[in-house]
Write a protein that binds this ligand. Structure first.
Ligand code: G3H
Ligand code: 13P
Ligand code: ZN
Length: 340
């Protein structure tokens, strides 16, 4: 099976009422870990690379590793997705490198830091949609800015002002034609998301419910969705690490999201934590060890375990066989004819 457009996976997930984890990669072991988990659970797969990952690994290495994953796993549908593209040019270069899906994150300006306005976001995202759909490639957009409600945005400012506005979401999806919409509900990237187990005050699941009510056919995406399990943090700290107490997004909240139109769930941090804990354990327990396979192998297994657990919790397990093989050309034709 070749790489497939993400739209096909998400449409199938919507039909089946499940979510699909999107796992970040930077190297061979992480791609292998995802494929090990996919084989074990018979799940369709979204592998995603950030700009940093593309720079670190070099597009060509990444492309060939992904093609190896396809060759070795002919029964598993695999999407290669660009995470947080910062410009039309970044998305264009990803498409040229064989990515079957791109995220145009126009919620921020090209520097990837400064919040943009709606007009800018609509403009750059629409441009990417046109370019990508012509080639059958899927597009994820983002509206609202990631970041915690707890972080405080000044004494007199509304701490929810950066979250996605459901009225704007309807306008944004209609004007851009994106296949999937990432929403800001108070999550953030990395390990330090919440200072306590999140409740409705600091994790705005109501926004997802409202957007899904208004846009029932739109595939929603949750970023910053690592659960940051205490046992992964404890293991790192047990072996000399220094991760402060913190809380992630509880699995049951993600499952509530999936019931309300969330089809793609981004997870990176949990895998980084699992890998780090496994490597630290080898370094501490066998300080004389310097064969890299002796620590990269357990690191890979630790990540595979986390990924398999997420695939099962999100409901994608067992659905690899249900995803139809659709080529990019066929998908481009569907966009042209208006059948999707
Ligand atoms: O976007 C956030 C992902 O965790 C990727 O992180 O930019 O450090 O590769 P990164
Ligand atoms: P985490 O840092 O919660 O894993 O989020 C990853 C992400 O959203 C990548 O785009
Ligand atoms: Zn993200």
């Amino acid at each position: 099976m070749a790489l497939v457009p993400m739209r096909v996976l998400l449409d199938e997930a919507a039909k089946g009422g499940y979510g699909v984890g999107a796992f970040n990669v930077n190297n061979m072991e992480q791609i292998q870990a995802i494929m090990m988990a996919a084989q074990k659970t018979q799940s369709p797969v979204i592998v995603q690379a950030s700009r940093g990952a593309r720079k670190y690994s070099n597009d060509a290495y990444l492309r060939h590793l992904m093609l190896a994953a396809v060759e070795l796993n002919p029964d598993i549908p695999i999407v290669m997705h660009l995470d947080h593209g910062n410009s039309v040019e970044t998305c264009r270069s990803a498409i040229e490198q064989g990515f079957t899906s791109v995220m145009m994150d126009g919620s921020l300006l090209e520097d990837g830091k400064t919040p943009s306005d709606l007009e800018y976001n609509v403009k750059v995202t629409s441009e990417v949609v046109k370019m990508a759909h012509d080639r059958g490639v899927t597009v994820e957009g983002e509206l609202g800015c990631l970041g915690g409600i707890e972080d405080g945005h000044g004494a007199n400012l509304d701490p929810r002002a950066h979250l996605t506005n459901p009225d704007q979401a309807v306008e944004f999806v209609e004007r851009t034609g994106v296949d999937a919409l990432a929403v800001a509900i108070g999550t953030s990237h990395g390990a330090y998301k919440f200072t306590r187990k999140p409740d409705a005050e600091i994790l705005a699941m109501d926004i997802i419910q409202e957007i899904h009510r208004r846009l029932p056919k739109c595939h929603l995406v949750m970023h910053g969705s690592s659960s940051v399990p205490k046992e992964l943090i404890d293991k790192i700290n047990q072996y000399g690490g220094d991760i402060k107490p913190t809380f992630g997004v509880p699995i049951e909240e993600i499952q509530l999201g999936i019931k309300n139109g969330v089809r793609k769930i981004n997870v990176d941090t949990d895998n980084r934590l699992a890998i780090t804990g496994a490597i630290r354990q080898v370094f501490v327990e066998t300080p004389a060890e310097f064969d890299l396979r002796k620590y990269l192998d357990p690191a890979r297994s630790a990540m595979a375990e986390v990924v398999a657990a997420r695939m099962t919790a999100f409901g994608q397990a067992g659905h690899a066989k249900d995803v139809p093989m659709v080529s990019l050309d066929e998908m481009a034709e569907r966009y042209r004819s208006g059948s999707v």
